[in-house]
Design a protein around this ligand. Structure first.
Ligand code: NAD
Length: 253
């Protein structure tokens, strides 16, 4: 059973991360969330009875401390969900170099560092899990998102490599690739695009974001959490190195 296993979800006080953390609680796991140390983030964790680890994943030393803190808080660590991320939109020719560095650190280097530091814990139970929240932008590109898309493509490479190394230790490593999910991150993009294109939010959703999708409806964070719940479950012991698309049919064409 999954009773008593412990999970850490990064970016777990908002959007997809919060939905995964809450779903894991319902599944009977011990759950802590990692997020930037802000009063609002602490309040969300407290409201839901989630352990909280404050850390900035753009810093290597904070990644190391966060694993130590999470293991202390939870009494071990069986499941790591690398979910924290953010978007920045600019053409390559104008893309701010510091923003590139931060995005690559938060969305690719931190998943590597947390996996590395947590590895001895994750391999203890024989039911360990690393779940990397990549994106459909881990397979395909869209203009103006060079850092995000590069980080997500890299995260799929890390997932496959770690899966090969972890196989004999009962630790599975998988990536989940959502299409557009209704979260604060996406609501922000819809508002930005409506402004820059001079169209309504509804038109951005239907004509821009969902243009390549077969199902013209945004996903909900709970839809992604349901998939993470299965991947985390003991039943999914044979699934590793998988890149799981939940993309409304986007990449079917
Ligand atoms: P969100 O903005 O609602 O949540 C992201 C969380 O990450 C926030 O709580 C934020 O504080 C945290 N975070 C950002 N930088 C951090 C840092 N330096 N250190 C620690 N925490 C940090 O976003 P979301 O839409 O829920 O996205 C979650 C993940 O899902 C991201 O990796 C995103 O790329 C991915 N994703 C989202 C969508 C979507 O449509 N929303 C689609 C595909 C993939």
């Amino acid at each position: 059973s999954s009773q008593g296993r412990a999970a850490l979800v990064t970016g777990g006080t908002s959007g997809i991360g919060l939905a995964i953390a809450r779903r894991f609680q319902q599944d009977g796991l011990q759950v802590a969330v990692l997020d930037l140390d802000r009063p609002a983030a602490r309040a969300v964790a407290a409201e839901h009875g989630l352990g909280f680890v404050g850390a900035d994943l753009s810093r290597r030393d904070e990644c190391r401390r966060a694993v130590t803190e999470a293991v202390g808080l939870l009494g071990g660590l069986d499941i790591l969900v690398n979910n924290a991320g953010f978007q920045h939109i600019d053409p390559v020719a104008d893309f701010p170099e510091d923003t590139w560095d931060t995005m690559l650190h938060v969305m690719l280097t931190a998943p590597f560092l947390l996996s590395k530091y947590a590895w001895p814990h994750l391999t203890r139970s024989g039911q360990g899990r690393i779940i990397n929240v990549a994106s459909i932008h881990g397979h395909v590109a869209s203009p103006f998102k060079s850092a995000y898309i590069s980080a997500k493509h890299g995260l799929i490479g890390l997932t496959r490599t770690a899966a090969l190394e972890a196989g004999e230790q009962g630790l599975t490593v998988n990536a989940i690739c959502p299409g557009y999910v209704r979260t604060p991150l996406v609501e922000g993009q819809i508002a930005d695009q409506a402004r820059t294109r001079g169209i309504t939010a509804q038109e951005v959703e239907q004509k821009v974001m969902l243009e390549p999708a077969a199902i013209k409806r945004l996903l909900n964070p709970e839809d992604v959490a349901a998939l993470a719940s299965y991947v985390a479950s003991p039943a999914a012991w044979g699934m590793t190195g998988a890149v799981l698309d939940l993309d409304l049919g986007w990449t079917a064409r």
